[in-house]
Ligand binder design. Sequence first.
Ligand SMILES: [Ca+2]
Ligand SMILES: [Ca+2]
Ligand SMILES: [Ca+2]
Ligand SMILES: [Ca+2]
Length: 253
Amino acid sequence: MTKIKQILMGIVVTTSVSVLPNHSVNAVSLINFEPVDGKFPDGSVAVDNMPITDQFSSLGVTFGIDRNLDGLPDAGLFPILEAVGNSDSGGGFTSTQGAEIADTAAPGFEERFGSFFLRGASSQPNDISLLISYTSPTRAASGEIWDIDGLEQWKIQALGADLSVIDSLTSPLGSTSALDSSPWFWSFDRPQKDIHAVRLVHTGHSRPVGLAFDNFSPLSVEGSEPTTPVPEPTSAIGLLIFSAVAYRFRKGT
Ligand SMILES: [Ca+2]
Ligand SMILES: [Ca+2]
Ligand SMILES: [Ca+2]
Ligand SMILES: [Ca+2]
């Protein structure tokens, strides 16, 4: 075996072996703001009106408010955990389901909404600019804004490494959609992991205005995850190259 062939074989074998175990794709995680046994992943007890910051940092994301739109969380401003239902004066949105009931999902959406969601720091437009910052950039994400009605409209922005906008989605205008007390699903699915933060900005003319945010999938588009691990195409390519080189070597060419 010539030296070059030995090196080439080594490279191909290394490539194949290192690629093969990487078929587990993204971990499936969904932040629906529903505590497990009353608690969030950091061990804190979930209660109505509590500020949400780093309770989900074990999943690689932290929550803040970006009032000045610089891509960084503003000191002292936090989104708020809100209990479904009209239990206190600090609420998220007004539902017109039957009567003026606060924070209540439309019929058929109750289970999807659960018991908690995320609202803004106040009902002023700048105070509901939710910012989700990543520890490591992601390729994809999805989530829901609930109860887009009246003059409400949103932009969902993906921020890059320098915290400038690299991708943007626009919600329907409230008055032209049927989203009262129900979710509007949005998602980013990009070719590479270049999303360093996601920001929600209210661009409509509703005053005052509320944010109702739920079912955030930080690392993938919810529902797109394969249920069984499948080998990546690169594994097959690696094996093909390996086979070809091995065949050529065996033939002594
Ligand atoms: Ca800011
Ligand atoms: Ca409530
Ligand atoms: Ca409340
Ligand atoms: Ca929920």
